[in-house]
Design a protein around this ligand. Sequence first.
Ligand code: NAP
Length: 232
Amino acid sequence: MPTILLTGTNRGLGLELTRQYAEDGWMVQACCRNPGTADELNHLQSQYPDNITVHALDVTDANQRNKLAKQLADTPIDILFNNAGIYGDGQHQQFGSSFAYVWQKVFETDVIAPMQMMETFKPQVAMSELKLMANMSSKMGSMTDNGSGGSYVYRSCKAALNAVCVSAAKDLAAEDIQVAILHPGWVRTDMGGPNGELSVQESAAALRNTLANFTPADSGRFIDIDGSTIPW
Ligand code: NAP
């Protein structure tokens, strides 16, 4: 059975992706910041004890990343899925209210951490069959799609993540490792809010479909939830 390592599985899309991959028989290395309080994830793990292993991982913590990589040194990871992300304090997203610390925190979580996860777990991905690194971006990182302005911090960090992923797609192609840049749609989660267009079930199913049909030509492409290409 293939293995997926997912970050940010405590709630939202990460939790639902964990559920769907486990239901489908995959081995899921489910990472979250605080396993002790991850009640829904722990309940899910008890339903699929053979498929789900829960790990403590704050993606910004190098010691935790390295410790987990050591623990999984001999485990091929077919899909490394960088899902964890933050929007950043809403009070500092508008023109006139920028605040360096908020920006740095989002950059650390949404850009540096996915990059370092790809660097840290490259050996495990390289020894797998699928050799895929998936990154949860957002259409809000698209310059072309920016029709409303604002959200300076989140938009710029997802745009930076896209730049990181394009380079990684090129650099890792020689080793047959592919890099997915995914927009999950506007989803009803804590981040997306109650007015989102998609349920987590719908979004996770569509994301899984995209990854199941992934080809080398898709590596480094900015992929919408319906499979179409989002312009940068
Ligand atoms: P969410 O409900 O807010 O969940 C975010 C998850 O990320 C939580 O599990 C959270 O952990 C985790 N996380 C945050 N910082 C972390 C860190 N330093 N280390 C480890 N985990 C961390 O958000 P979501 O809607 O599921 O979003 C998932 C991804 O999709 C994000 O990358 C987001 O930018 C992207 N996205 C979402 C939408 C949408 O409409 N929802 C649209 C476009 C893109 P805790 O539970 O411990 O806080």
